[in-house]
Design a protein around this ligand. Structure first.
Ligand code: NDP
Ligand code: OXD
Length: 307
């Protein structure tokens, strides 16, 4: 069995070594132009030339959860694309989002500022029951985040494309009334949607303007979900209280971008849920073995839906 590895911005050697251990029967190499067609590909943001040359491949395994860098390429009809599902990312995402929500809810930034002035500045507790967290996207990551936030007794709402039932979570779906009611109740809005033509620019002046006054935004999905100027305008008008942003339209975030220095924005460098090499290799190897046996696998992307 032949595996080809084509992952932009990724050091190949440790991945190749991991696959050689997990799939000793496989012959794995970094893709080079002109290489023969492999059985399976391991990819991240591959060039169009890779797709064109490997058109007969059985499946492409994307070493991330989001396939937005892959789907815009010219892909052969019926090519199977498999994304990572969880592979150690869900717990990281839960940690990151809970940290951001708790930091905002408990006003830890204000305590930091007080400490810098040696001020013993007690703050009145906020009402948890009035602090609803709304999660856009209730998939592998969103549902884990919802469960973790419920562990702190925050009221949690969720919004998805199709109807969903999640223990202890009030769910909404679809555009129109479902989205309206969801936004109006979200004191904190967490974005965990895939980037698709339907969700691009979804966090704009209109949707963010429908959050309650004093709303807070956490974007951990993709930068192109958020219209930067609209967020800045709503922060500066006082309608929104702040934002924690892990993903950006241009990454790395340019040094002169206003997000870096805005007092109400926390920036992190696309690190909320990192691809973990060992877990990812184990998951992909398991799935390759299942495909070899002719079994169905989870995480196959529905190209018409875009995720
Ligand atoms: P899933 O595919 O498991 O879940 C996607 C969720 O979004 C589903 O609930 C789906 O609804 C919902 N959804 C999709 N389109 C729409 C729409 N048009 N309207 C409403 N809901 C919609 O994805 P994951 O949870 O695994 O990952 C989510 C995203 O997180 C990734 O695509 C990636 O962009 C981002 N990510 C970011 C990372 C980071 O470090 N910042 C790391 C990993 C992922 P339904 O349930 O009805 O299908
Ligand atoms: C992913 C990511 O999609 O790392 O997995 O953003």
């Amino acid at each position: 069995m032949k595996l080809t590895f084509c992952c932009t911005d990724t050091r190949a050697e440790p991945w190749l070594a991991g696959f050689r251990t997990a799939l000793p029967e496989a012959d794995i190499a970094v893709w080079q132009a002109g290489a023969p067609v492999a059985d399976y590909g391991v990819v991240w943001a591959p060039p169009q030339a890779f797709i064109d040359e490997q058109a007969g491949i059985k499946a492409l395994f994307n070493i991330g959860a989001g396939v937005d860098a892959l789907l815009p390429l010219r892909l052969p009809e019926g090519l199977r694309i498999v994304r990572l599902d969880d592979a150690g990312m869900a717990v990281q995402m839960a940690e990151y989002v809970c940290h951001a929500v708790v930091r905002h809810f408990r006003e830890f930034d204000a305590y930091d500022a007080a400490q810098r002035e040696a001020r013993w500045a007690y703050r009145k507790p906020r009402r948890r029951e009035a602090f609803t967290v709304g999660i856009m996207g209730l998939g592998v990551l969103g549902s884990r985040v919802a469960q973790a936030l419920r562990g702190f007794d925050f009221p949690v709402n969720g919004w998805s494309r199709s109807p969903k039932a999640l223990d202890g979570v009030q769910t909404f779906h679809g555009t129109g009334e479902g989205l309206n009611a969801f936004l109006a109740a979200s004191q904190v809005l967490v974005n965990l949607l895939p980037l698709t033509p339907e969700t691009r620019d979804i966090l704009d002046r209109d949707t963010l303007g429908r959050l309650p006054a004093g709303g807070y935004v956490i974007n951990v999905a993709r930068g192109a979900h958020l219209v930067d100027e609209d967020l800045l305008a709503l922060l500066d008008s006082g309608h929104l209280a702040g934002a924690t942003l892990d993903v950006f339209r241009t990454e790395p975030l340019p040094a002169d971008h206003p997000f870096w220095r805005h007092p109400a924005i926390t920036v992190t460098p696309h690190t909320s849920a990192r691809t973990l090499r060992d877990e990812s290799i184990a998951q992909i190897a398991r799935k390759i073995r299942a495909l070899q046996r002719g079994e169905a696998i989870a995480g196959v992307v529905d190209r018409a839906r875009g995720y």
